[in-house]
Write a protein that binds this ligand. Structure first.
Ligand code: MTE
Ligand code: HPA
Ligand code: MOS
Length: 775
């Protein structure tokens, strides 16, 4: 009997560094703009509208065409297929404005030139004549103008809402404004298209959704999908901003490449990117909530108005998901919530980490706070009083039963480990004795539904090749944007074959390898692609088992994959040797894997179903100090306990929790989008749009995974999705600021801070509360 060779044990569930980590930090990770350009590559630059809503009377391109280096101008007329990249297939998103512009910054045409600089300079030389039309920029203006919607709204209803209000001894009504957010991915939008023979074109796109870019490019070129190959090695961040927003850039590059039969690259400047691409939806939620003296909610009625922008894009599913999280972790005996995805003359808003969920939850946390301040108690007590039960009081507004509720344990453990109660007491004492500086502390929970609510997206494919030397090629439909999907799926495959990670080559994502993929989104990348890769391995392994049983003359049941190879009865065979013999015996060493999420269904028309496979949970405690004279503040300490089921890779997951929290904190505190009264976005560069930097990370930042948690569903390794849920942990920062502000009026008045809670809002909040307290 051969001895097992020494081989690294399985890395599944182990902290394993990001496959590109050393390349990220040394600068050798290749992004599209780093790629060697094919000889003769042209460069495209977009000309953007300078009106929020207008008819285009005429465009004079003479100066553009005469500018140095200009090869040509690309307009709507140059598009062989349809001038549209609407991901919802509502035909409402032209590549180039046709006849009308709907927002300031809408692409009018593209200049194609020998260099990027030449294209950029020439793009400003067109003379555009507009005829102004009336415009509405935000939720309230859109509602006042009649409330035109970009897509069908959703209503969720459960229980007898009228009776719930009748039975409610107390009631609170109000409105909360929740701001938007720019993705501020470090690598901006970019695409490079290389023309091939016949109708072929290869597109390198910074996209979370290669299959959709493929479809869009085919559509605008009026060719079949098989002629288009889209490749994505990695993105320098996506955060939802590359789920659909890459379509236009890829389409422009591809049309130019085919028109002139030369490669074409397009990369907007940061301010062009921020002006012309969609962001997180800001919302105004009007609410009416009935409750009793113990703080238990009896009825909720709310309307979620969202600034959708000029086209539908993903506003339907985003506003749906807002409603799906109108409950956060709370049970409403009676509830009616409605969405309004409003047409506005602003850029079309899109997916952003949490996908409407964060906005939905922020509203829930607002009325929890209102109730707490009305009853004069710690908001944490109101939160606990309303948590979903485990066996009863567990039906969501969309009629799905919460079967995996662990919010009580997560919150209890965090309350203990963060020493919440003692710290809150100390803070109340501190505030009583501190005239100018005030502190606040808050604990907020998160419950986030995992699965695409568009049920058919919950599928994935993988393609695995084992070469004759035992090395393995791994392709799957997921894209890498920094979140660590590639390493997780490689870990799954290494674990399945019992080989080391170095045996596995992680291939760039390509539509030529795995077809008809879903966007890497909804936090489902590792759930879906991990399972698909596992399924491919399963098929190859089954063939190897049959082969080994024959070769080594034992029962198939006696063949087992062990570290470094297989055990076939008494015989140990190294993996490479096994593969070599399998090849000679004509065993197929390649397989396509597939996965579809079980259990889920959803009927949008009735607002009923089981849209989520499971829920991910978490909780955070934030402590802040504010200066009541200036509104300035610091986040002093943050404690987090987050549920990722059985982690596939704790180091990656903790990185996702930390990054998600800090990005959420940016959204809720310093990142403010400001449009002027002419409709122009004024915060379109880091000088005016403040994202968190390293020094904004809380000095005390205790992040733990709920190590005891195991997914009740048979997900890959019993893990849970991690990408989005931690984003919403940042809500505790808002509520801690809220407590600090409330202290100026002895916690008797609800502070009702809208987000982002900028220092200005903190200051104005303090001033308002002081004024109201004086009477
Ligand atoms: N983490 C990094 N570093 N960069 C990103 O762009 N996107 C987030 C999250 N974490 C993102 C990220 C979003 S919006 C989603 S939906 C998930 O990652 C997508 O990846 P996953 O499904 O593999 O978790
Ligand atoms: N989440 C993220 N992206 C999506 C979804 C979703 O639920 N649906 C469609 N795209
Ligand atoms: Mo994430 S917003 O689902 O890309």
């Amino acid at each position: 009997m051969n001895k097992h060779p020494t081989i690294s044990r399985s890395t599944l569930h182990e902290s394993t560094r990001h496959d590109s980590g050393p390349k990220h930090v040394s600068g050798s990770a290749e992004y599209i703009d780093d790629m060697i350009e094919p000889a003769g590559t042209m460069h495209a630059y977009l000309a953007l509208s300078t009106k929020p809503h207008a008819e285009i009377v005429a465009i004079d391109y003479a100066a553009v065409k005469a500018a140095p280096g200009v090869i040509g101008v690309l307009t709507a007329e140059d598009i062989p297929g349809e001038n549209d990249v609407s991901p919802s297939h509502k035909h409402d998103e032209p590549i180039f404005a046709a006849g009308k512009v709907h927002f300031w910054g809408q692409p009018l045409f593209a200049v194609i030139a020998e260099t990027r600089d030449q294209a950029r300079r020439a793009a400003h030389l067109a003379k555009v004549e507009y005829k102004d039309l009336p415009f509405a920029l935000d939720v309230r203006a859109a509602q006042a103008a009649g409330g035109q919607l970009v897509t069908e709204p959703l209503k969720l209803e459960r229980g007898d809402v009228a009776a719930g209000f009748e039975k409610s001894p107390r009631r609170v009504k109000g409105s909360v404004t929740i701001g938007g957010q720019d993705h501020f991915y470090l690598e901006g939008q970019i695409a490079m298209a290389v023309p091939g023979e016949d109708e072929d074109v290869t597109v390198f796109s910074s996209t979370q959704h290669p299959s959709e870019v493929q479809l869009m490019v085919a559509h605008v070129l009026n060719i079949q999908q098989h002629a288009v190959t889209v490749n994505v090695r990695r993105m320098g961040g996506g955060f939802g901003g590359k789920e659909t927003q890459g379509n236009l850039f890829a389409a422009v590059a591809a049309v130019a490449a085919k028109k002139w039969n030369r490669a074409c690259k397009i990369r907007p400047d940061r301010d062009g990117d921020m002006t012309a691409t969609g962001k997180r939806h800001d919302f105004v939620v009007d609410y009416d909530v009935g409750y009793d003296e113990t703080g238990k909610i009896r009825a909720v009625n709310a309307v979620y108005g969202a600034r959708a922008g000029f086209s539908s894009d993903l506003s339907g599913p985003v506003t749906d998901r807002a409603l799906f999280h109108a409950d956060n972790a709370y049970w409403y005996p009676a509830v009616r919530v409605r969405s309004e995805p409003l047409y506005t003359n602003t850029v079309s808003n899109t997916a952003f980490r949490g996908f409407g969920g964060p906005q939905g939850m922020m509203a829930a946390e607002r009325w929890i706070e209102d109730i707490a301040y009305d009853l004069g108690c710690d908001p944490l007590d109101i939160r606990k009083a309303n948590f979903y039960g485990t066996d009863s009081e567990n039906v969501t507004p969309y009629h799905q039963v919460v079967e995996d509720n662990i919010v009580h344990r997560v919150v209890d453990e965090l309350e203990q480990s963060s020493d919440y109660q003692a710290r809150r007491k100390a803070i109340l004492e501190y505030n009583a004795g501190s005239a100018i500086l005030k502190k606040g502390i808050a604990l907020t929970p998160v419950k986030f539904g995992i699965s695409f609510t568009a049920t058919w997206y919950n599928q994935a494919g993988a393609l695995v090749h084992v070469y004759k030397d035992g090395s393995i090629h791994l392709s799957h439909g997921g894209t890498e944007m920094g979140q660590g999907l590639y390493i997780k799926v490689a870990q799954v495959l290494a674990d399945a074959f019992c080989v080391g990670l170095d045996a596995i080559k992680i291939m760039a994502t390509s539509t030529g390898k795995v077809p008809n993929t879903s966007a890497t989104a909804a936090s489902s990348g590792s759930d879906l692609n991990g399972m698909a890769a596992w399924d491919a391995a399963r098929q190859i392994k089954a063939r190897l088992v049959t082969h080994a049983a024959k070769l080594y003359q034992c029962d198939e049941a006696a063949v087992e994959f062990v570290p470094g190879g297989i055990q076939a009865g008494e015989q140990f065979v190294e993996f490479a040797e096994l593969i070599a013999s399998a090849y000679l015996n004509r065993v197929q060493l390649s397989a396509a894997g597939f996965y579809q999420t079980p259990k889920i269904h959803w009927d949008r028309a009735t607002g009923r179903g089981h849209p989520f496979y499971y829920f991910a949970y978490g909780a955070s405690v934030s402590e802040v100090t504010i200066d009541t004279l200036t509104g300035e503040y610091v986040v002093d300490r943050v404690d987090i306990l987050h549920d990722v089921g059985r982690s596939l890779n704790p180091a990656i997951d903790i990185g996702q929790v930390e990054g998600g929290f800090v990005q959420g904190m940016g959204w809720l505190t310093t990142e403010e989008l400001v449009w002027d009264d002419k409709g122009q976005l004024r915060t379109k560069a880091p000088s005016t749009y403040k994202i968190p930097v390293a020094s904004d990370v809380p000095p005390i930042f205790n992040v733990r995974l709920a190590e005891w948690s195991v997914n009740k569903e048979p997900t890959i390794g019993r893990s849970k999705a991690v990408g989005e849920p931690p984003f919403m942990l940042a809500m505790s920062v808002v509520e801690a600021l809220s407590m600090a502000v409330a202290s100026v009026a002895d916690y008797k008045i609800a502070p009702r801070l809208d987000t982002p809670v900028t220092p200005e809002r903190v200051l104005m909040g303090c001033e308002r509360l002081k004024r109201e307290a004086r009477g």
